[in-house]
Design a protein around this ligand. Sequence first.
Ligand SMILES: C[S@@+](CC[C@H](N)C(=O)[O-])C[C@H]1O[C@@H](n2cnc3c(N)ncnc32)[C@H](O)[C@@H]1O
Length: 226
Amino acid sequence: MDERLRVEFNEWARAGRGQSMERGHRPVGEQAIARMQVKEDSRVLDLGCGFGWATRLLAGYARSGRVIGIDISDEMVELARSSSKDFDNVEFQTGSAERLPFDDGYFTHAFSMESLYYYADVGAALREVRRVLGPGGLFLTVVDLYKENEPSHQWIEQLRVPVHLLSVDDYRALFEAAGFVDVRDERLYDPTPVPEDYAGGSFKSRKDFLRYRECGSLMLTGRVEL
Ligand SMILES: C[S@@+](CC[C@H](N)C(=O)[O-])C[C@H]1O[C@@H](n2cnc3c(N)ncnc32)[C@H](O)[C@@H]1O
């Protein structure tokens, strides 16, 4: 499964989709990251970092700390590295969310944008995130494809890799089963206007796009006990 994801997202990297995901995800990603209370000296993980736009954004908060992006796609990681030459507090690694190559308790914060539902074993990935966060550590994730956001379901047939269609309660239960406490969910909304002349793309119609926007992005947070 990891190999299938690697091949698929390498293709996305070559097609310029790392950059287009930044345009699509950033308006909500910025709102989410602003809620994380990342400090000057924080150590932050960006899980499924893609082209690394959020890694670089987080690096602006953790100026004297460290931000590490990890992704299953070596070509996304190459793009992320070459776009981050001006940053001395970021690093990128190729690897799987289900087997994180970091020591127990290394990070103070973890972030993940639009990545979780691709993982073959979401529970295993959440246990790994919980393991690499220290006491009091925060994990914040945003997903746009989830059960309660009905227009997002049309992506499932467009995608060439299998994904999990989980509900808010499914995600909350997985967080709790992985050992996170103070699990919360919230919706975030993208204020960018939907073009009047939208003629299809990610959605079959402008009406679907608008309904999707009304449902909002699902943000989940969980903490490691102190
Ligand atoms: C939809 S993209 C989002 C990328 C980035 N977070 C963003 O917002 O632009 C999903 C990313 O998750 C990565 N990914 C998928 N499965 C993964 C896994 N098992 N471990 C690590 N990364 C994975 C993909 O390679 C891809 O870059």
